[in-house]
Design a protein. Structure first.
Length: 324
């Protein structure tokens, strides 16, 4: 938890349900608001605060920690935070912002940041992002060393997961590019059978990482050390993190489910050149990408928050540090 100082730093409350994906989006946006506007950040665990529906509907705040300073902006991510957010929406001199498509009318809050695959129309109070906000900062320079990172998800409602297909593509890459070093990481969703097969690949030029034993900054450090990244398309957050880094990124090929919002969102990133298809693996390994600028949606969202007056007093500081 940040501590407020004597300056007029904007105070932001971050309402979290502690789901990693939602927390990651809050952290990504909040970090950029701290850099651009000197914001002080305070995390509030919505699971610790009981908010009856009537309080949410009437905008009557529950009792909260008295040590919390009055917020200039309250940001929430995750359905489990919505009742608390709505109960706070009439606090004096406080703006409210929701990340991702809410289950209530957007007119009830001061702003919304929603990924394009949720199919919402942009308006004065809504920013549409390509993919989801994350904490990755684009690399100033991609390494010249032949180091590749493989990030694997698992079965999901959006793609037909097939261990054999995924394993076959991994071994194809390793065999096709024998001079490269490979770091392979599964996730909590990666099937145990596939993780066992990956463990057998470990050797002098292949490191297999157990996701349960990595530290918080492992991903950012691994991305920084990579010249190419390959990701399974089932995890929108992993795809967006890789794309944001500016490191050439390719997608392993899985059959997408029809009418999947996540699959259509990933396809948008392919069409705009932020990530490449499996068939373009030579381009990824050769360091060619379709986009000159990385996908830094956390930075764009922070600028939008400031320009739309959701953090009173932050505009002047942000203008001085626009290029930060």
């Amino acid at each position: 938890m940040a501590t407020n100082n004597a300056s007029a730093a904007p105070v932001i409350w971050l309402l979290t349900d502690n789901k990693p994906g939602h927390r990651n989006q809050l952290k990504g946006l909040a970090n950029r608001l701290r850099v651009k506007a000197g914001a002080s950040l305070f995390w509030v665990n919505a699971q610790d605060v009981s908010v009856p529906l009537w309080r949410a509907l009437l905008a009557l705040p529950p009792a909260l920690d008295k040590a919390l300073p009055h917020p200039d902006l309250v940001i929430a991510a995750g359905t489990g935070t919505h009742k608390l957010l709505l109960s706070l929406r009439r606090l004096k001199n406080t703006k409210t912002l929701v990340i991702m498509k809410p289950g209530f009318p957007r007119t009830w809050v001061d702003g919304a940041i929603i990924p394009a695959h949720d199919g919402v129309t942009e308006n004065q109070k809504t920013l549409i992002t390509e993919g989801v906000i994350n904490t990755v900062t684009p690399m100033a320079k991609v390494t010249d060393k032949p180091e590749a990172l493989l990030l694997l998800g698992g079965p999901s409602p959006h793609f037909d997961w097939d261990d054999d297909v995924v394993f076959g593509q991994i071994t194809h890459l390793i065999n096709e590019y024998p001079q490269w070093r490979w770091t392979i990481s599964g996730s909590r969703r990666t099937p145990d059978a596939l993780r066992a097969r990956l463990d057998e690949l470990a050797g002098p030029r292949i490191t297999v990482v157990n996701p349960d034993s990595t530290h918080e900054d492992w991903l950012s450090h691994s991305i920084a050390a990579s010249r190419a990244i390959w990701v399974t398309p089932d995890s929108m957050s992993m795809v967006c993190e890789a794309a944001t880094s500016g490191v050439p990124t390719g997608l392993l090929q899985l059959q997408e489910h029809p009418d999947s919002r996540v699959a259509s969102g990933v396809q948008r990133l392919v069409e705009t050149g932020y990530v490449a298809r499996w068939s373009d693996h030579a381009s990824v390994m050769g360091g060619k990408t379709g986009q000159e600028k990385p996908l830094w949606e956390a930075n764009r969202a922070a600028q939008w928050v400031i320009q739309h007056g959701l953090m009173p007093g932050a505009m002047h500081k942000a203008q001085k540090g626009t290029n930060t």
